[in-house]
Structures are given as C-alpha cells and as structure tokens.
Ligand binder design. Sequence first.
Ligand code: ADP
Ligand code: MG
Length: 314
Amino acid sequence: MTADKTIVIALGGNAILQPGQKGTAEEQLGNVESTADQIAELISRGYRVVVTHGNGPQVGAILIQQEAGHEQVPPMPLDVCGAQSQGQIGYMLQQSLGKMLAQRSIERPVVTVVTQMVVSPRDPAFENPTKPVGPFYTEDYARQRMQSANETWIEDAGRGWRKVVPSPDPIRIVERDAIISLVRSGAIVIANGGGGIPVIERNGYYEGVEAVIDKDLGSECLGRDVNADILMILTDVGQVALNYRRPDQRDLATVTLAEITQYQQEGHFKAGSMGPKVEACRRFVDRAGEAAVIASLEHAVDAVEGRSGTRITR
Ligand code: ADP
Ligand code: MG
C-alpha cells in the first residue's frame, strides 16, 4: 500500500481515558499523547490523516458538572455539552499532535472543527430512546423528571436511574466542505468528535436535538464525506473475533464484505461495542471505500500497512 492515501482514524474511549483512571486533565492528556505519537508516525510516512474520537466519559462528566452547578449557573443542554466535549478533546489532541509533529520536525497546522451531524427527525430512534447519558439518580427524581420534562429514564443495571436519549443514524456532516478544504490545504483535521452533534434541518437551518450519535457510525460518514481511502477504528482489542470470549474464539485478519455481512447476521458482534464498528466498516467498504480496519491503538501504524488488526475489503 502506498502512503498517498487519506485515512480517517477513529479513536475509541481508551485513547483518552483508561479503565480505572479518574479522568484528570493530566491523565487524559497523557493517554492522548501516546495515541498522537502513532498518528504523527503515519503523517511522517505521508498519509493524509483526519482524526475523530469518542466522547462518552467526557460528555458524561460535563453533564455531571451542569447538574452539580445548576444553582449558580444555568445548565447547558446536551447538544451544547457535546460541542464542549469536542472542543476539550480536540484541544488535547491539538496540543499532543503538535508536540509529536514538532519532535519529527514536521510543520503542519492541526485544527479541530466543531462538527454537526444531520439526522432525520423521522428516524425511528426518536420513538425509542436507548442511550443512557449523564449521572445516576434515585427513582423518585427520575419519576419527577419523566413527568415535568417529558424525558425518558431507565433503571440502569442496578446502579440507579439514568436519562436515556435516542441514538439516530447519522446522515451527513454540515461542515463537510470546510473539512475538505482544510484537509486539502495540508491541515491535520480533528472532526466529528463523539459522532458529531446531532442536528435536524429546518428551512435550511440546523437545530440541535437531544440525542447522541454512535461515534463509529459517525466516523463512517466522515470517511465517506472526506473521500477517505481507509477507515481505521482503533480500540482496546487487537482484532475482531468470531465466538468472542468462547473456547472456540477465532480472530479475524482479513475478511470480505460478504463474509462480514454473514458474521453480522450470525450475531458475533455485540450491540454497543463491536457491533457498530463492524457496521461502520461494512458501510464504508460497501460505499466504495478501499478498506476498513479495526485494530488496537498501539498498532495503528502496522494496521494501516496490513500487518495488524482486522481488515475488511470488498
Ligand atoms: P471503544 O471505546 O473503542 O468504542 P468499545 O468498548 O465500545 O470500545 O468496543 C470494544 C469492545 O468490543 C472490546 O473491548 C470487546 O470487549 C468488545 N467486543 C464485543 N464483541 C467482540 C468481538 N466479536 N470481537 C472483539 N471484541 C468484541
Ligand atoms: Mg464504543
């Protein structure tokens, strides 16, 4: 594979926050630095890179801050909190990528784009909110909010009550043309964090909605919108497996579109974790992408060049 390619790199939660950490700024910046080192290595090898990332724990923390501080300052709605998380994670990536590029004497601008993702107001997800967001509360509080604010709350695995919001399918990125211009100008772009801020179009304008977008499905939209050759989803496992965590587990190295579709139908990939990654890869290759790769964070460089991870091709 030659280096003259555009890669969309989607960073999983572990790129920013490791299990067991509290989530201090120092911890998050430290994690982001080792990721940035891999990305800078790819850039030094000539790849055009667009970076996207998850935001679950970060937006969760911002929501707790809204709730805890609501007597002193007005809380911001979920879409604004999503924008905040894009800014904060993007800033950390800008700093760490800037540093890793400087260490390689590469002079390239690094920029974060606050990104809106168009969703359909008729998406069936709006009738069935499923994605828990924000802190845990008591049942009393949840029932009160369900009545006064027309929200949906659920009991979350014995840990308390949590608000749930819809997770609609991403359609297209509002800032697409701006992102393409930036990429063409040579900038390293960080975009569509957290899957993008969900918005619906009304008379040519966009309005934020109470929802979250799956970051893996969002990364596929980004890949398609910037005409990427490769979509690479980095996470905390080295490969996609069949019969995951069973005695007959089989790790996949290369798979075709037809094979992965069949494995999906056989139910090998868990909803909410590997499921959306595989679906994002399937869509990307199906819509003319050259290859999609799922790999572990530490092996990004090897994975792009076919020596690591699971690679899905036509
Ligand atoms: P991220 O933050 O990177 O999106 P997720 O936790 O959402 O991470 O998804 C990665 C997880 O998917 C792995 O840690 C693994 O436990 C789980 N997983 C579920 N099914 C599979 C599978 N078939 N093969 C590999 N990993 C799987
Ligand atoms: Mg995930």
